[in-house]
Design a protein around this ligand. Structure first.
Ligand SMILES: Nc1ncnc2c1ncn2[C@@H]1O[C@H](COP(=O)(O)OP(=O)(O)OP(=O)(O)O)[C@@H](O)[C@H]1O
Length: 256
Protein backbone atom coordinates (compact mmCIF):
# COMPACT_ATOMS: atom_id res chain seq x y z
CA UNK A 1 0.00 0.00 0.00
CA UNK A 2 1.48 3.33 -1.12
CA UNK A 3 2.16 5.74 1.75
CA UNK A 4 3.49 8.82 -0.04
CA UNK A 5 4.47 10.38 -3.33
CA UNK A 6 7.35 12.77 -3.80
CA UNK A 7 7.65 15.30 -6.60
CA UNK A 8 11.26 16.17 -7.38
CA UNK A 9 11.50 19.55 -9.10
CA UNK A 10 12.53 19.98 -12.71
CA UNK A 11 12.62 23.13 -14.77
CA UNK A 12 10.32 26.03 -15.52
CA UNK A 13 9.10 27.08 -18.95
CA UNK A 14 12.20 29.24 -19.42
CA UNK A 15 14.47 26.27 -18.70
CA UNK A 16 15.62 27.48 -15.27
CA UNK A 17 15.30 25.11 -12.27
CA UNK A 18 11.99 25.48 -10.44
CA UNK A 19 12.20 27.03 -6.97
CA UNK A 20 10.70 24.07 -5.11
CA UNK A 21 12.85 21.02 -5.58
CA UNK A 22 10.98 18.52 -3.40
CA UNK A 23 7.41 18.04 -2.20
CA UNK A 24 6.10 14.94 -0.44
CA UNK A 25 2.39 14.26 0.01
CA UNK A 26 1.23 11.45 2.30
CA UNK A 27 -1.95 9.43 2.47
CA UNK A 28 -4.75 11.25 4.24
CA UNK A 29 -3.42 14.65 3.14
CA UNK A 30 -5.09 17.17 0.84
CA UNK A 31 -2.88 19.61 -1.10
CA UNK A 32 -4.24 22.34 -3.30
CA UNK A 33 -2.51 23.58 -6.44
CA UNK A 34 -3.05 27.21 -7.35
CA UNK A 35 -1.72 29.60 -9.98
CA UNK A 36 -2.78 31.79 -12.87
CA UNK A 37 -4.01 30.33 -16.13
CA UNK A 38 -1.09 28.83 -18.01
CA UNK A 39 1.13 28.63 -14.90
CA UNK A 40 1.60 24.86 -15.21
CA UNK A 41 -0.99 23.34 -12.87
CA UNK A 42 -2.21 20.75 -15.37
CA UNK A 43 1.35 19.86 -16.33
CA UNK A 44 2.13 19.11 -12.67
CA UNK A 45 -0.94 16.89 -12.42
CA UNK A 46 0.03 15.14 -15.68
CA UNK A 47 3.54 14.52 -14.38
CA UNK A 48 2.07 12.77 -11.33
CA UNK A 49 -0.45 10.82 -13.39
CA UNK A 50 2.26 9.61 -15.75
CA UNK A 51 4.75 8.99 -12.92
CA UNK A 52 7.21 11.17 -14.84
CA UNK A 53 10.84 10.11 -14.63
CA UNK A 54 12.56 13.24 -15.96
CA UNK A 55 10.97 12.36 -19.29
CA UNK A 56 8.28 15.06 -19.52
CA UNK A 57 8.58 18.67 -20.65
CA UNK A 58 9.11 19.80 -17.02
CA UNK A 59 11.80 17.17 -16.35
CA UNK A 60 10.23 16.37 -12.96
CA UNK A 61 10.60 13.01 -11.26
CA UNK A 62 7.93 11.28 -9.21
CA UNK A 63 8.98 8.95 -6.40
CA UNK A 64 6.69 6.38 -4.82
CA UNK A 65 7.46 5.85 -1.14
CA UNK A 66 10.72 7.67 -1.67
CA UNK A 67 11.98 5.52 -4.55
CA UNK A 68 11.77 5.71 -8.31
CA UNK A 69 9.29 2.96 -9.24
CA UNK A 70 10.79 -0.29 -10.47
CA UNK A 71 9.66 -1.31 -13.96
CA UNK A 72 7.23 -3.92 -12.64
CA UNK A 73 5.78 -1.53 -10.04
CA UNK A 74 5.44 1.09 -12.76
CA UNK A 75 3.41 -1.32 -14.82
CA UNK A 76 1.23 -2.17 -11.81
CA UNK A 77 0.73 1.47 -10.90
CA UNK A 78 0.12 2.66 -14.46
CA UNK A 79 -3.25 0.97 -14.21
CA UNK A 80 -4.38 2.31 -10.88
CA UNK A 81 -2.06 4.78 -9.18
CA UNK A 82 -4.17 7.77 -10.01
CA UNK A 83 -7.87 8.48 -10.21
CA UNK A 84 -8.23 11.74 -12.15
CA UNK A 85 -11.54 13.55 -11.90
CA UNK A 86 -12.09 16.63 -13.97
CA UNK A 87 -14.89 19.10 -14.25
CA UNK A 88 -15.92 18.12 -17.75
CA UNK A 89 -16.16 14.36 -17.12
CA UNK A 90 -19.54 12.81 -17.55
CA UNK A 91 -21.08 9.38 -17.56
CA UNK A 92 -21.94 8.15 -21.03
CA UNK A 93 -23.09 4.65 -20.07
CA UNK A 94 -26.76 4.02 -20.63
CA UNK A 95 -27.28 2.23 -17.30
CA UNK A 96 -29.04 2.71 -14.01
CA UNK A 97 -26.92 4.20 -11.21
CA UNK A 98 -27.19 1.14 -8.99
CA UNK A 99 -26.57 -1.36 -11.83
CA UNK A 100 -23.38 0.49 -12.77
CA UNK A 101 -22.13 0.64 -9.18
CA UNK A 102 -22.85 -3.06 -8.63
CA UNK A 103 -20.95 -3.87 -11.82
CA UNK A 104 -18.01 -1.72 -10.74
CA UNK A 105 -17.90 -3.14 -7.21
CA UNK A 106 -18.14 -6.65 -8.76
CA UNK A 107 -15.17 -5.93 -11.05
CA UNK A 108 -13.22 -4.75 -8.04
CA UNK A 109 -13.86 -8.12 -6.39
CA UNK A 110 -16.03 -6.96 -3.49
CA UNK A 111 -18.10 -9.78 -1.99
CA UNK A 112 -21.31 -7.83 -1.56
CA UNK A 113 -21.43 -5.46 -4.53
CA UNK A 114 -25.06 -4.52 -3.83
CA UNK A 115 -24.14 -3.27 -0.40
CA UNK A 116 -21.15 -1.36 -1.75
CA UNK A 117 -23.39 0.29 -4.38
CA UNK A 118 -25.78 1.46 -1.67
CA UNK A 119 -22.86 2.79 0.35
CA UNK A 120 -21.59 4.81 -2.64
CA UNK A 121 -25.02 6.33 -3.32
CA UNK A 122 -25.46 7.21 0.34
CA UNK A 123 -22.02 8.83 0.43
CA UNK A 124 -22.60 10.73 -2.87
CA UNK A 125 -25.86 12.05 -1.48
CA UNK A 126 -24.02 13.67 1.40
CA UNK A 127 -22.26 15.89 -1.20
CA UNK A 128 -24.95 16.32 -3.84
CA UNK A 129 -27.82 18.80 -3.68
CA UNK A 130 -30.72 16.90 -5.14
CA UNK A 131 -30.55 13.25 -4.04
CA UNK A 132 -29.33 10.65 -6.55
CA UNK A 133 -31.76 7.77 -6.85
CA UNK A 134 -30.50 4.19 -7.40
CA UNK A 135 -32.93 3.61 -10.27
CA UNK A 136 -32.01 6.83 -12.09
CA UNK A 137 -30.16 6.59 -15.39
CA UNK A 138 -26.49 7.65 -15.22
CA UNK A 139 -26.80 9.89 -18.26
CA UNK A 140 -29.67 11.79 -16.62
CA UNK A 141 -27.57 12.92 -13.67
CA UNK A 142 -26.65 16.60 -13.46
CA UNK A 143 -23.01 17.74 -13.54
CA UNK A 144 -22.92 18.12 -9.75
CA UNK A 145 -24.61 14.77 -9.16
CA UNK A 146 -22.20 13.02 -11.57
CA UNK A 147 -19.20 14.58 -9.85
CA UNK A 148 -20.56 13.55 -6.43
CA UNK A 149 -21.06 9.98 -7.60
CA UNK A 150 -17.56 9.80 -9.13
CA UNK A 151 -15.93 11.10 -5.96
CA UNK A 152 -17.92 8.72 -3.73
CA UNK A 153 -17.12 5.80 -6.06
CA UNK A 154 -13.39 6.62 -6.01
CA UNK A 155 -13.47 6.97 -2.20
CA UNK A 156 -15.34 3.72 -1.52
CA UNK A 157 -14.71 1.41 -4.49
CA UNK A 158 -11.49 2.79 -5.93
CA UNK A 159 -8.10 1.27 -5.30
CA UNK A 160 -6.15 4.27 -6.59
CA UNK A 161 -4.15 5.73 -3.74
CA UNK A 162 -3.80 9.11 -5.47
CA UNK A 163 -6.79 11.25 -6.40
CA UNK A 164 -6.25 14.26 -8.66
CA UNK A 165 -9.12 16.68 -8.90
CA UNK A 166 -9.39 19.44 -11.47
CA UNK A 167 -11.81 22.15 -10.43
CA UNK A 168 -14.67 20.95 -8.26
CA UNK A 169 -16.22 24.37 -8.55
CA UNK A 170 -19.53 22.81 -9.39
CA UNK A 171 -22.24 24.55 -7.44
CA UNK A 172 -24.50 22.19 -5.58
CA UNK A 173 -21.78 19.83 -4.43
CA UNK A 174 -20.50 20.03 -0.92
CA UNK A 175 -16.85 20.33 -1.86
CA UNK A 176 -15.32 20.41 1.58
CA UNK A 177 -17.20 17.30 2.64
CA UNK A 178 -16.13 15.51 -0.54
CA UNK A 179 -12.44 16.30 0.03
CA UNK A 180 -12.66 15.28 3.69
CA UNK A 181 -14.25 11.97 2.70
CA UNK A 182 -11.41 11.20 0.27
CA UNK A 183 -8.76 12.10 2.85
CA UNK A 184 -10.52 9.96 5.46
CA UNK A 185 -10.27 7.01 3.05
CA UNK A 186 -6.49 7.40 3.23
CA UNK A 187 -6.11 8.86 -0.24
CA UNK A 188 -3.43 11.29 -1.36
CA UNK A 189 -5.56 14.15 -2.67
CA UNK A 190 -4.37 16.96 -4.95
CA UNK A 191 -6.89 19.58 -6.00
CA UNK A 192 -6.26 22.08 -8.79
CA UNK A 193 -8.41 25.09 -8.15
CA UNK A 194 -9.07 28.78 -8.76
CA UNK A 195 -11.59 28.85 -5.90
CA UNK A 196 -10.28 30.46 -2.66
CA UNK A 197 -12.39 28.19 -0.46
CA UNK A 198 -10.91 25.05 -1.99
CA UNK A 199 -7.42 26.58 -2.10
CA UNK A 200 -7.67 27.06 1.67
CA UNK A 201 -8.88 23.52 2.15
CA UNK A 202 -5.51 21.94 1.48
CA UNK A 203 -3.27 21.67 4.50
CA UNK A 204 -0.57 22.84 2.11
CA UNK A 205 -0.84 24.62 -1.21
CA UNK A 206 1.54 24.51 -4.10
CA UNK A 207 1.89 27.85 -5.87
CA UNK A 208 2.60 27.53 -9.58
CA UNK A 209 4.11 30.17 -11.86
CA UNK A 210 5.93 30.15 -15.22
CA UNK A 211 5.60 26.35 -15.37
CA UNK A 212 7.33 25.78 -12.03
CA UNK A 213 6.47 25.14 -8.38
CA UNK A 214 7.25 28.54 -6.84
CA UNK A 215 6.40 27.84 -3.21
CA UNK A 216 4.66 25.39 -0.91
CA UNK A 217 2.71 27.17 1.81
CA UNK A 218 1.25 25.57 4.92
CA UNK A 219 -2.26 26.58 5.92
CA UNK A 220 -2.07 29.06 8.80
CA UNK A 221 -4.43 29.35 11.76
CA UNK A 222 -5.60 32.72 10.44
CA UNK A 223 -6.43 31.12 7.10
CA UNK A 224 -8.48 28.46 8.86
CA UNK A 225 -10.52 31.29 10.39
CA UNK A 226 -10.88 33.00 7.00
CA UNK A 227 -11.95 29.69 5.50
CA UNK A 228 -14.71 29.50 8.10
CA UNK A 229 -15.88 32.95 6.95
CA UNK A 230 -15.78 31.89 3.31
CA UNK A 231 -17.85 28.82 4.15
CA UNK A 232 -20.42 31.11 5.76
CA UNK A 233 -20.44 33.32 2.66
CA UNK A 234 -20.86 30.24 0.48
CA UNK A 235 -23.77 29.20 2.72
CA UNK A 236 -25.42 32.61 2.24
CA UNK A 237 -25.04 32.38 -1.54
CA UNK A 238 -26.36 28.82 -1.49
CA UNK A 239 -29.39 30.00 0.51
CA UNK A 240 -30.05 32.77 -2.01
CA UNK A 241 -29.67 30.32 -4.86
CA UNK A 242 -32.19 27.95 -3.25
CA UNK A 243 -34.60 30.83 -2.67
CA UNK A 244 -34.43 31.85 -6.34
CA UNK A 245 -34.73 28.24 -7.48
CA UNK A 246 -37.92 27.87 -5.47
CA UNK A 247 -39.36 30.85 -7.33
CA UNK A 248 -39.20 33.25 -4.40
CA UNK A 249 -38.42 36.95 -4.66
CA UNK A 250 -35.53 38.58 -2.83
CA UNK A 251 -36.23 41.61 -0.67
CA UNK A 252 -33.99 44.28 0.80
CA UNK A 253 -34.00 42.26 4.01
CA UNK A 254 -31.41 40.01 2.38
CA UNK A 255 -28.11 40.49 4.15
CA UNK A 256 -24.99 39.23 2.40
N1 LIG B 1 7.80 23.29 -16.71
C1 LIG B 1 7.33 23.47 -17.93
N2 LIG B 1 8.18 23.52 -18.99
C2 LIG B 1 7.71 23.72 -20.25
N3 LIG B 1 6.42 23.88 -20.56
C3 LIG B 1 5.53 23.84 -19.55
C4 LIG B 1 5.93 23.63 -18.20
N4 LIG B 1 4.82 23.64 -17.41
C5 LIG B 1 3.78 23.85 -18.24
N5 LIG B 1 4.20 23.95 -19.52
C6 LIG B 1 3.35 24.17 -20.69
O1 LIG B 1 2.67 25.41 -20.56
C7 LIG B 1 1.33 25.32 -21.03
C8 LIG B 1 0.35 25.76 -19.95
O2 LIG B 1 0.47 24.90 -18.82
P1 LIG B 1 -0.78 24.24 -18.08
O3 LIG B 1 -1.81 23.80 -19.06
O4 LIG B 1 -0.24 23.21 -17.17
O5 LIG B 1 -1.32 25.51 -17.28
P2 LIG B 1 -2.54 25.60 -16.23
O6 LIG B 1 -2.00 26.31 -15.05
O7 LIG B 1 -3.11 24.25 -16.00
O8 LIG B 1 -3.57 26.52 -16.99
P3 LIG B 1 -5.20 26.63 -16.83
O9 LIG B 1 -5.47 27.25 -15.48
O10 LIG B 1 -5.56 27.54 -17.95
O11 LIG B 1 -5.74 25.25 -17.00
C9 LIG B 1 1.15 23.89 -21.48
O12 LIG B 1 1.33 23.79 -22.87
C10 LIG B 1 2.25 23.13 -20.75
O13 LIG B 1 2.68 21.96 -21.43
Amino acid sequence: MLREITILGGRKKNGEPEAVQEVTVQVGQVYSIVGFTGSGKSQLINDIEQIAQRDSISRRQILLDGEPPLDNALHRYEQNLVAHLSQNMNFILDMKVKEFLIMHAGCRGFREPGKKAEEVIECANTFAGEAIKPEENLTRLSGGQSRSLMIADVAINGDSPVVLIDEVENAGIHRLKAMETLAAQQKIVLVVTHDPLLALLGEKRIIMGNGGMQAVLALTQQEVTVRGRLEKMAGVLQGLQDQLRQGESVSLEFQP
